[in-house]
Design a protein around this ligand. Structure first.
Ligand SMILES: [Zn+2]
Length: 426
């Protein structure tokens, strides 16, 4: 199996199974309901882990929660930043659970990794790659000549990275970035350190949590394309400055683009994961994500979601029929093993569907969390659907429509099929 890696700028082969394949995917900064775009790195990480397991790999997936960050202090205002982060963490876990893909192996929180982070910073200070300036600690970019290797920026051309609105005049070089920030009067959570009370910078949190759980060298680091610079560049520099390989492959998912009239009109109103799942259901949303190659941007609009829903319908209708043939799984393996090409995988599944290989289609969709666990409708809903069936047979269509609406109020949708009806969760 091979995957396109930002660092090597080409597809890189994974070691043969069982690996291991250890993966770290950057998670959200928790201060509000997660934006629908935050779902993509989670989904790509979970799908990849599932496929690697199917192919016989021993995998570990770490997905962190950034619960110490400037944005959290800002969003909390006069309230407690710790409480806001804890609440938003619960929201994120609820919303990602609703995607129906299960959980990563580890979900570390920065607040629970402060001792490891302080230890990591101390090693950078001791080795001369970091310096103390007031109560802050900065990474000395000039001390690591390979800086820029991930984002392909030359170290002498990197511009300043003042991540916050209060630049420290003691900072030696505008390119240097904070590893530790002294506590400010308006920040209500802080920790002890050899440099005084304060809190870690965002980049060092991920280096420390990744190495703590996966070791100083691991196979895959993932996250959104917007994190390549400065976040991932800085993670790589911190770890490699200490002589650790850190991640071998870097996989970056493309962004969701908000297009179409209605989506543009709602500009400013963030579409959350929860909004998307309430509106379209998790299987339509997952099918939508399958239509885009993970590394490319994907257009999120009414039209593309409607298309995804229609594709899902086509598959669901096909799955009502018993298999009349069997598929050749090597077709699916070939496209997923080559850079995890999910649009091609969908095309393969549609070919299998057309050929009547419905058992294989169901197994294929289940790899991506679609149609894996179909719930049975409760007796009450089933009874309403049976009444509706009788109303239709008696040509009492108004009554049938009323019963359809009642079924929908219970969260189910009734579909008419050749030999009766089918109930699917809405
Ligand atoms: Zn990160």
């Amino acid at each position: 199996m091979r995957l396109y890696s930002t660092l090597q700028r080409e597809k890189v082969d994974l070691p043969p199974p069982p690996g291991p394949i250890r993966m770290y995917f950057c998670g959200p900064t928790v201060y509000a309901r997660a934006h629908v775009g935050n779902a993509r790195p989670f989904v790509v990480g979970m799908w990849l882990r599932n496929w690697l397991r199917t192919r016989g790999y021993d995998t570990t997936l770490v997905h962190n929660i950034t619960d110490i960050n400037d944005k959290i202090y800002a969003a909390a205002g006069d309230g407690s930043s710790g409480e806001l982060a804890a609440k938003a963490t619960r929201w994120y876990l609820e919303d990602t659970a609703a995607l129906g893909l299960g959980l990563p192996d580890h979900l570390p929180k920065a607040t629970e990794a402060v001792p490891q982070i302080v230890g990591f910073i101390s090693q950078l200070v001791d080795s001369g790659h970091a310096y103390v300036a007031g109560g802050d600690v900065y990474f000395r970019v000039a001390s690591y000549p390979a800086y820029g290797e991930l984002s392909r920026r030359r170290v002498d051309q990197v511009e300043g990275q003042d991540e916050e609105d209060r630049p420290n005049p003691l900072k030696l070089d505008s390119r240097d970035f904070a590893l530790w920030k002294a506590n400010k009067p308006d920040e209500d959570t802080s920790w002890d350190s050899p440099w005084g009370r304060g809190r870690p910078g965002w980049h060092i949190e991920c280096s420390a949590m990744a190495e703590e759980l996966l070791g100083p060298a691991f196979e895959i680091h993932g996250g959104g394309l917007d994190l390549v610079f400065p976040h991932h560049e800085n993670e790589l520099a911190q770890s490699r400055a200490l002589g650790h390989e850190f991640a071998h492959l870097w996989v970056h998912n493309g962004m969701l683009r908000f297009t179409g009239e209605k989506m543009s009109k709602s500009e400013g109103n963030v579409v959350t994961i929860r909004d998307a799942l309430d509106r379209w259901g998790h299987e339509t949303f997952l099918l939508f994500l399958l239509t885009g190659q993970w590394g490319k941007p994907i257009d999120f609009s009414e039209a593309t979601m409607d298309q995804a829903r229609a594709q899902l319908e086509t598959f669901r209708n096909a799955l009502l029929h018993d298999a009349t043939s069997h598929a050749d799984w090597s077709e699916l393996e070939a496209v997923l093993d080559d850079d995890f090409n999910t649009p091609e995988a969908l095309a393969v599944l549609h070919r299998w569907r057309a050929a009547g290989a419905t058992d294989d289609v169901a197994r294929g969709l289940a790899l991506f969390g679609i149609g894996g666990a179909r719930e049975d409708a409760p007796d009450l809903v089933r009874g309403l659907a049976e009444d509706r069936q009788r109303a239709r047979e008696a040509r009492a269509f108004d009554e049938a429509d009323r019963l359809r609406a009642a079924i929908e109020e219970h969260g189910w949708e009734v579909r008419d099929v050749a030999d009766g009806f089918q109930l699917v969760p809405k």
